[in-house]
Design a protein around this ligand. Sequence first.
Ligand SMILES: Cc1cc2nc3c(=O)[nH]c(=O)nc-3n(C[C@H](O)[C@H](O)[C@H](O)COP(=O)(O)OP(=O)(O)OC[C@H]3O[C@@H](n4cnc5c(N)ncnc54)[C@H](O)[C@@H]3O)c2cc1C
Length: 412
Amino acid sequence: MDFKDTPEQAQFREKCYSWLQANAELKAGQGRSVEGKLEEHLQKAKAWQKKKYEAGWAMLHWPEKYGGMGASPIERIIWSQEESKFDVPGGVFEIGLGMCGPVMMEYATDEQKARYLPPMAEGKEIWCQLFSEPSAGSDVAGLRSKAVQDGDEWIINGQKVWTSGAHYSDFGILVVRHDPEVEKHKGLTFFFVDMKSPGIEVKPIKQITGSAGSGSGFNEVYFNDVRIPDSQRLGEIGDGWKVAITTLMNERLAVGDARGSDIEDALNWAKEQDFNGEPMIKHGAVREKLADWFIEANGLKYTKFRTISALSRGGTPGPEASITKIVSANKLQSIGNFGIDSADMAGMLRQDAGGDLHAFQMAWLGAPGLRIAGGTDEILRNIIAERVLGLPQDPRADKGLPFKDIPQGSAN
Ligand SMILES: Cc1cc2nc3c(=O)[nH]c(=O)nc-3n(C[C@H](O)[C@H](O)[C@H](O)COP(=O)(O)OP(=O)(O)OC[C@H]3O[C@@H](n4cnc5c(N)ncnc54)[C@H](O)[C@@H]3O)c2cc1C
């Protein structure tokens, strides 16, 4: 495992930091900024993305012709480590740049790449991911939205759900069923779609964080006879699962750390808060919790070093990267819980003006969603059990059956 930058990496880190220092404010504390209204947040996020794009930092590992600087994976990590020290607006481009971009890079034509990738990197056009359905989340290959070919177009009908950012997205990547007569993984086809196409209806879902309108809000998306040109198909007909896997592999990298209140915030809070006439940090039960989070935070740090080391040797992160989300999302929820609990009655009153208590409340309300998004705790544990530890696979009752013959509950 390599703990230190090489001289070239240290130089590159310095270059990133200098640019960031000249163009952004350092963070005052973790998770303290307040997101604000959707329009205002979008404007700020787009302005920051454009600034980065013009200087080549937006998607630094992409080729120059698409707005990057051809940087290595390790340089990309160095950049994001440095950027995370600054108070910059984020959130709205993660799915597009982290998942849709790589899929377009691998499967779109050269003309499509030239048309769609630069505005995606610049933040002019936002993308979303239309995979999950009411009966297909963990088992996304069980999805039921239909695609029927009509000349050089496809007609799409069905419903997607939990689509982050669909309410402000310009384009989306979509996986649908074109053939129910074959096994479930084999009857899927993958497209990209203009979210302003006639027949698409987006209905925001109000979240417990109150963020129906904010950067992280998600939606139900209905497709009613939506027409998509065949030229917007990514991969062959029936290759939808293969293309979706490319997206999900990238999701593993994009949906990594659960950001927000962390051990330092909990430690400072425990030093400042009073408990029975003395600082809370003197209490044995509090010290025990702090010790647990410290161990988890350091375990995560070294697990990430392992990923960085693999990348620097030209490898790709494997299924063990799933550990990061399980540990960090549960830690976030536990720290949020501690912050609210220790504020006693004040913890129940929502703080909207920023500050530590606001950050703890957002952590507590937002972490359960993070434990579901991009693979639930249980699914990620299954992945670690089967693909990292080599334990036997979950039994699959639907193996070998045509999709139309899989039992689907009384409504069908
Ligand atoms: C904040 C957020 C953002 C999201 N953004 C998007 C998005 O942009 N695009 C998109 O397509 N989707 C998105 N999703 C959806 C997300 O991918 C799904 O919610 C997730 O995959 C779980 O699917 P589900 O909700 O249908 O739950 P289910 O799959 O129905 O799971 C229900 C419960 O059963 C458990 N379970 C299921 N199968 C197994 C098994 N084999 N073994 C053990 N336990 C199991 C699960 O762990 C869970 O506890 C988002 C979700 C959240 C919370």
